[in-house]
Write a protein that binds this ligand. Structure first.
Ligand SMILES: C[S@@+](CC[C@H](N)C(=O)[O-])C[C@H]1O[C@@H](n2cnc3c(N)ncnc32)[C@H](O)[C@@H]1O
Length: 162
């Protein structure tokens, strides 16, 4: 890639990252778990691409007091691990936003496999130019965002942050 922009460099990095939806499906298959038996409980051992795993997400959930009536925005959602986990634990709706198209496709495939697509959707877009209406979400979260993503203070223009 000749002189990629910072955003192009991020996409390129994640397009070739060793952790991917395919790699997660392979890890699940290696546990002798069939595709039709995949649940978020199964995926959670593999799909949390941040420090602290689901314990960290549980701490955020406690702080934000999310209920089934809420709609959460997960910024820099990656393969959607935290987005699915939040929806699965609380019954709420979650929208994941990510810059990398291959990450969005992987997140959608994993979410369909976990049968959470009715609750969790993914949007391909840049957190620096949020493609959402003001006040669309109850709360927004960002776990291990990259340097091209906004600061905590500016990451939730349409909702109170957590
Ligand atoms: C380490 S992954 C985090 C994955 C996820 N939050 C998790 O905890 O499993 C960082 C993600 O941030 C995304 N990203 C980086 N800059 C972004 C931006 N400006 N807008 C949206 N997504 C961005 C990347 O595409 C990548 O998928």
């Amino acid at each position: 890639m000749m002189n990629p922009s910072p955003l192009q460099a991020v996409e390129h990095f994640y397009d070739f990252h060793p952790i991917s939806a395919d790699q997660i499906f392979q890890a699940v298959a290696a546990r002798q778990i069939a595709r039709e038996d995949i649940t978020q409980a199964v995926l959670s051992a593999h799909d949390q691409d941040h420090y602290g795993g689901t314990d960290a997400v549980d701490r955020l959930l406690g702080l934000a007091a999310i209920t089934a009536d809420d709609h959460v925005l997960d910024v820099c959602a990656g393969m959607g691990g935290p987005a699915r986990y939040i929806a699965w634990k609380t019954g709420c709706r979650v929208t994941g936003l990510d810059l990398t198209a291959s990450r969005v496709a992987g997140a959608q495939a994993l979410t369909e496999a976990a049968r959470l697509a009715a609750q969790v959707d993914f949007v391909h877009g840049n957190a620096l130019a949020m493609p959402f209406a003001p006040a669309q979400f109850f709360v927004s979260s960002a776990k291990k965002p990259m340097p091209t993503s906004p600061t905590k203070a500016s990451s939730s223009p349409s909702a109170p942050g957590c």
